[in-house]
Design a binder for this molecule. Structure first.
Ligand code: 2HG
Ligand code: ZN
Length: 478
């Protein structure tokens, strides 16, 4: 395949890059690069002269060195599951995609240290499985875990279902290996629980969305493997009841809550309609649902009995109207399927506008109530389908286009819809970006939300670490 017909600064580098990564490490045919240049939501259809797929950290370092000298921008990419276009190249074809997928080894697991040293291109699911085989657990779980890779998960500080108990990706990182913007490799793969030696550099790269360096490997904290897990889907009258239920579990034994997710009735109805094999474990649908997962590494904690006890009183009080407790691994999977297929179901229903927002946990029900009213007032027939991580205050306040509407027309309202939702978020002291990050979609909101000293410091950090602006330019910072 000829490198490219057009001579651009990026195209001029291709022979030298090929000499570093070899034929296997380079994709230049536009047909083959296209899937890497388009995001999962299909909001961005970019172009790139090449997807570079280095085999190891040394090759990444050499490639970055070349790009830095020529000031050619690089978009680091893991599983390409970003919800905000964070790994999508621009449309002008000026940026390389740097795929981490060939760095896919679990380097070491130490069950006594409870750590895992792992390369960026391992999928989150594969990392979870490796931890389980070693008798431990990697306590990070997201819907895209089969595809999302560790490097991207860390670069975006992913949150997911277990944040309520274990925190976000950031809280699990003990060490990092990073290729810096001049090509130098920083080996910070320490597995220390205590290490007060100046500024905490690793936390700068976590959540920087590929704008400060390329994460190539990490040391992650593991947790003890669960010995008992109890899962229930609870039908509830509304979000306020779901929050009341969360409070009951928290008051009883907060340490056993592994996930507490909210699902709207409309969202579950849609999943049941468009996702094959999805089944509701109740005779009739409810206005809303809460999915609770309790887990413990203690052998005789009697979780099932605790779950039943709390649900019994909640049923008696009218907080829960029906409940289904999983009796097997298959039933647990079926309950989680109703939750995990929300994004896919919404994608199949046409265009949707996503608000990945957070508020203090105590305000989640108010957020859902007020934001729903605001959006329904703005666009008649809009389908509000909020769902997500109620236990940590992060709701995916997603809006699906009115039935039969033109998707392009609906998407053109995205800023207006985000604005009315964000007004409520601001009023409740929340954040417009909880776990998906800023990417290409939301830099325009940064000045308003993080302006002044905060944004100024971020800009100084970017300037210090990436003076030529080669890493993911135009993302995160406006
Ligand atoms: C989830 O929690 C993901 O399933 C995706 O964060 C949410 O589709 C979304 O908005
Ligand atoms: Zn989520």
């Amino acid at each position: 395949m000829p490198d490219t017909q057009v001579s651009t600064p990026a195209a001029a580098l291709l022979p030298a890059i090929r000499a570093i990564v070899g034929e296997r490490g380079l994709i230049t045919d536009p047909v083959d690069t296209a899937p890497y240049a388009e995001d999962w939501r299909k909001l961005y259809r970019g172009r790139t002269p090449a997807v570079i797929r280095p085999a190891n950290t040394a090759e990444i370092s050499a490639v970055v060195r070349l790009c830095a000298q020529a000031k050619v921008p690089i978009v680091p990419q893991g599983g390409n599951t970003s919800m905000v276009g964070g790994a999508s190249p621009m449309e002008d074809g000026s940026e390389f995609i740097l795929s981490l997928s060939r760095l896919n080894r679990v380097r070491e697991i130490d069950a006594l240290d409870m750590t895992m040293t792992i390369e960026a291109g391992v999928t989150l699911k594969a990392a979870q499985n490796a931890a389980l085989e070693a008798g431990c657990m990697l306590p990070l779980s997201i819907s895209a875990e089969g595809t999302a890779q560790i490097g991207g998960v860390l670069a975006t500080n992913a949150g997911g279902n277990n944040t309520v108990r274990y925190g976000n990706a950031r809280d699990l990182v003990l060490g990092l290996e990073v290729v810096l913007a001049d090509g130098e490799i920083w080996n910070g793969l320490r597995r220390l629980r205590k290490d007060n030696t100046g500024y905490c550099l690793r936390q700068l790269f976590v959540g920087s969305e590929g704008t400060l360096g390329v994460i190539t490997a990490a040391v992650l904290k593991l947790a003890p493997r669960a010995r008992e897990i109890a899962v229930a889907l609870c039908a509830v009258p509304d979000a306020a009841a779901a929050l009341d239920l969360f409070g009951r579990f928290q008051a009883y034994d907060a340490t056993t809550i592994q996930a507490f997710e909210f699902l709207s009735g409309a969202g579950v109805d849609l999943v049941l309609r468009v996702i094959p094999g999805a089944v509701l474990p109740f005779a009739r649908p409810a206005p809303a649902y809460a999915l609770v997962e309790l887990a413990t590494s203690r052998p005789d904690a009697g979780l099932r009995a605790s779950l039943e006890k709390i649900l019994e009183t909640a049923l008696a009080d009218g907080v829960v109207t029906d409940a289904a407790i999983a009796e097997s691994e298959a039933q647990r999977g079926a309950i989680w399927k109703l939750r995990e297929e929300h994004s896919e179901a919404q994608k199949r229903a046409g265009a949707s506008v996503k608000n990945d927002i957070s508020v203090p946990v105590s305000k989640v029900a108010e957020l859902i109530r007020r934001a729903t009213a605001a959006c329904e007032k703005l666009i008649q027939g809009v389908r509000a389908m909020p769902f997500g991580h109620m236990g940590d205050g992060n709701i995916h306040f997603n809006l699906v286009q009115p039935e039969g509407a033109d998707p392009a027309w609906f998407l053109a309202q995205d800023h207006a819809l985000m604005e009315v939702v964000n007004e409520v978020v601001r009023d409740l002291d929340g954040s417009f970006s909880a776990e998906h990050g800023i990417g290409r979609l939301k830099p325009y909101l940064m000045t308003d939300w993080r302006g002044g000293a905060e944004l100024a410091v971020m800009r100084r950090i970017k300037q210090a670490l990436d003076p030529n602006g080669i890493f993911n330019p135009g993302r995160v910072l406006p």
